[in-house]
Write a protein that binds this ligand. Structure first.
Ligand SMILES: Nc1nc2c(c(=O)[nH]1)N[C@H]1C(S)=C(S)[C@@H](COP(=O)(O)OP(=O)(O)OC[C@H]3O[C@@H](n4cnc5c(=O)[nH]c(N)nc54)[C@H](O)[C@@H]3O)O[C@H]1N2
Ligand SMILES: Nc1nc2c(c(=O)[nH]1)N[C@H]1C(S)=C(S)[C@@H](COP(=O)(O)OP(=O)(O)OC[C@H]3O[C@@H](n4cnc5c(=O)[nH]c(N)nc54)[C@H](O)[C@@H]3O)O[C@H]1N2
Ligand code: SF4
Ligand SMILES: [Mo]
Length: 727
């Protein structure tokens, strides 16, 4: 057998682990392991990435485009024929209803594909459609909105080695690799290294997460209380004088600081600790370690609190806590990481004035929600399809997304998806979304296509200025008919007579570009054009790209808007509500009372639904357990492995409980992406349960970004057969 070895990097998640593949003469992966020469990940790779063999060569992979037939099944179709037919239908819809009738939903399966991510934007721009939806706006878009209201820092991000302390609010990077630019690549190794150097870690999470095992203080509040907790910390820090006075003077201003102090005055330790179910003194311990005893570091948030009520307020307060403690790079500090795919900015110790772009663009026709970074909020997608009128979405291309499973209010999303005139799913697997599509276009998979790392808005996604090139190593499977994701959008635009602009450059619309030509348009850092990047099979850290933070310019007078009026008003509402709460009496939701709060989490072996169709992964995880504290289970007479009904104010699902000491009492912790379609009666022991059935998008949504209540969902846990919701 002749074998050859190749290097690449994995693009399932932000970890971007260096990968060494051994390939046989039949173009099959026979071995896969972490690439020890990759300077960023040094041989680390996780279980998900190591399943590449089954991902690429396994039974479940779709190898041909499919078209729905009159009987409701699927027939094979060639990609070019599918493109002809889809383009013809899009043209008719644009002619009849205008370009906004054509929507694209872009999900995690494609978001780390450097050519696809740019091309879908180019396509929508070329046809003039503003119906652009991505998984980002159903994730942590609070981060964008917080920047919009508060402003940002032009001096670059702090890296772990510049921190004495980090506070992680509802983020579990040791499993998720999800902490942007910070603890994404080989996070456990980084955590161990920095802990050994004295880094202090605070976690705030209803479960004692894998990350919390490294914490000096691990608070386990009831979910959904993070605005109270962060507001309480700000109050305490300002009351004790632990803020960075000089920084506040220059970059916040005395009037705004006084207004902030006054607005958070009611966030007393007693109130916060009572509502969040914390012990007396917990808040003070955190404030002391974070603000009094540490000089540099930062608060970071994750999906947990970004999905709970008041998520935009939570993010604003987390960012404001960094502001009052002056947790930013200063003149003369080194910028340890920069994005190696965009031209470098000058890093200056200045505030970027709050742009408030979302407030300046016309609000959406759905509940007046604004646009977020030029995108429509995915929390409005189902309503954008179901609501007649100008701009109604009639055709949807789901690229690398699984909205029929992943969208809150799954019932409504599926109803909306079925109501479309045209449904296209670009997916290598028969996902729940693909099952409902008119056309399924399976693409080339990651080791069959060349790629560059993630890059967006010049943000430094890695702890060091690393960039690499992942080549097309494998040929597509022999009997297959697969296309690149970018080619799908290029092919449509060509048929619609549109010219695409890709990263600022106009594309030839007669002959398709090569993937490398497109990648060379993406590689825009002067030190790292594509030819240079390609010279380093494991990628390279460009130390020479690191720079020094410059002093502010005299004309840079912008300050952080820590307490604009809309924030002050919502804070007032939050505290007034908290003062009336009696958590010991259960949780009220839309007139009903519930005993538990369901909080969201990730599973180690999946990336949402990526990995769901692999036998290796499913063997290890046949379903998504409803993790609960053993004492709660005992109180209800339940045992590990029992089936229960989980009832919200919206629906009920059947799930299987698992005893887990790490979960605090009063909480059910469960992952998304499981279960079938609404109405299907599947066995929860082999298919899992869909928590998105429990969530409504008609109520309890954030006004600014339409984020539904996806964590801290009030629920009752009932033994099977018990019908009434306990009231
Ligand atoms: N293995 C794996 N990795 C993944 C994914 C996956 O599915 N599996 N998904 C990827 C995606 S799409 C994303 S966006 C990132 C997310 O990355 P993270 O944000 O790190 O997501 P989680 O690991 O779920 O960590 C969220 C934590 O928040 C806690 N939590 C829940 N509700 C609340 C709350 O109201 N308040 C507080 N303080 N905590 C709360 C949960 O218990 C959980 O431990 O991960 C990515 N990485
Ligand atoms: N209740 C609740 N809902 C949630 C969440 C939650 O925590 N709780 N999390 C939210 C978050 S953070 C996110 S990011 C969204 C995620 O929502 P989505 O992005 O819609 O969902 P994923 O499951 O990540 O979808 C990935 C899809 O990509 C496909 N895929 C895999 N590889 C490829 C490829 O190479 N190319 C293409 N084209 N497709 C590929 C997979 O088969 C899968 O169907 O869900 C959100 N929904
Ligand atoms: S899934 Fe993420 S952490 Fe796992 S190997 Fe791939 S890039 Fe690395
Ligand atoms: Mo996400």
């Amino acid at each position: 057998m002749t074998l050859h070895q190749e290097k690449a990097f994995c693009r399932i998640c932000l970890g971007h682990c260096g990968i060494s593949l051994t390939i046989d003469e039949n173009d099959k992966i026979v071995d896969i392991r972490g690439d020890k020469d990759n300077p960023l990940t040094k041989g680390y790779a996780c279980f998900k990435g190591l399943q590449a063999e089954e991902f690429h060569h396994g039974e479940a992979r779709l190898r041909h485009p499919l078209k729905r037939n009159a009987q409701g099944g699927f027939d094979r179709i060639s990609p070019e024929q599918a493109l002809d037919e889809i383009a013809a239908r899009l043209k008719a819809l644009i002619d009849a209803h205008g370009p906004d009738a054509i929507g694209v939903y872009f999900g995690n399966g494609s978001i780390l594909n450097a050519t696809a991510v740019t091309m879908q934007g180019s396509f929508l721009e070329a046809i003039g459609s503003s119906s652009r939806f991505t998984s980002y706006t159903i994730d942590q878009s609070a981060k964008t909105l917080s920047f919009e209201r508060l402003g940002g820092w032009a001096g670059g991000n702090l890296q772990l080695e510049q921190c004495d302390v980090i506070m992680l609010v509802g983020s579990n990077p040791l499993v998720s690799h999800g902490l942007l630019g910070f603890l994404a690549s080989a996070p456990t190794n980084l955590m161990k290294e920095y802990k050994a150097r004295g880094l202090k870690v605070i976690t705030i999470d209803p479960r004692r997460s894998e990350t919390a095992h490294f914490a000096d203080i691990a608070l386990q509040p009831l979910p959904g209380n993070d605005s109270l907790i962060l507001g309480g910390l700000i109050r305490l820090i300002l009351a004790e004088g632990w803020e960075d006075r000089e920084f506040c003077q220059r970059y916040v201003g005395t009037t705004a600081l006084a207004k902030l102090r006054e607005t958070v005055a009611a966030f007393t330790e007693t109130l916060v600790e009572r509502c969040a179910g914390l012990a007396a003194g917990d808040l003070r311990k955190v404030a002391q370690l974070f603000a009094r005893d540490s000089k540099q570091g930062a608060v970071y948030t994750g999906t947990g609190p970004s999905m709970a009520p008041h998520s935009n307020m939570m993010q604003h307060l987390a960012d404001s806590l960094n502001v009052i403690c002056g947790r930013f790079t200063r003149p003369g500090d080194r910028v340890l990481s920069v994005d190696m795919m965009t031209p470098p900015p000058v890093f200056r110790a200045e505030v970027i004035a709050p742009p408030r772009t979302s407030w300046k663009t016309p609000p959406s026709r759905i509940r007046g929600v604004g646009t977020i970074g030029g995108e429509k909020a995915t929390g409005t997608l189902a309503d954008e399809i179901l609501t007649p009128g100008n701009g109604q979405v009639k055709a949807l291309i789901s690229c690398g997304g699984n909205l029929a499973s992943l969208m809150p209010d799954q019932q409504k999303m599926v109803r909306a998806f079925k109501a479309l005139d045209l449904r296209v799913s670009i997916d290598p697997f028969m996902s729940n979304t693909a099952r409902l599509a008119d056309y399924i276009i399976p693409p080339l998979m990651q080791y069959e296509r060349a790629d560059l790392p993630v890059s967006a808005y010049g943000f430094a996604f890695f702890p060091a200025p690393w960039v690499g090139y992942s080549p097309a190593i494998l040929k597509p499977p022999k009997d297959s008919d697969l296309i690149d994701e970018w080619y799908f959008f290029w092919g449509l635009a060509k048929r619609l007579g549109k010219t695409l602009r890709f990263n600022g450059s106009e594309l030839d619309m007669t002959t398709p570009p090569t993937t490398d030509q497109l990648l060379s348009l993406r590689a825009q850092h002067p030190l790292a054009p594509l030819d240079e990047i390609r010279k380093h099979p494991s990628g390279r850290i460009y130390d020479e790209a690191r720079c020094v933070v410059q002093p502010p310019r005299a004309e840079a007078t912008a300050t952080f808007d820590v307490i604009p009026d809309d924030v002050a008003q919502e804070l007032g509402d939050i505290v007034a509500k908290a003062q009336q709460l009696a958590p010991e009496q259960g949780h009220l939701s839309n007139g009903q009372r519930f005993t538990h709060l369901l909080s969201t989490r990730r599973m180690r072996d999946f990336y949402n639904s990526i990995g769901m169709y692999l036998s290796s992964t499913r063997k290890r995880n046949p379903y998504n357990p409803a993790y609960m504290n053993p004492a709660d289970l005992a109180d209800m007479g339940l045992a590990d492995g029992d089936q229960v009904e989980i009832v919200s104010d919206h629906a009920r699902i059947t799930a299987i409980v698992a005893a887990d000491n790490a979960v605090r009492s009063g909480v059910v912790s469960m992952a998304v992406a499981w279960g079938g379609l609404p109405g299907e009666k599947l066995d929860p022991a082999t298919s899992g349960a869909s928590i998105n059935m429990l969530i409504s998008t008609d109520r309890d949504t954030e006004l600014l970004n339409a984020m539904p209540r996806m964590s801290a969902i009030p629920v009752n846990i009932l033994p099977i057969g018990e019908t009434a919701a306990a009231d």
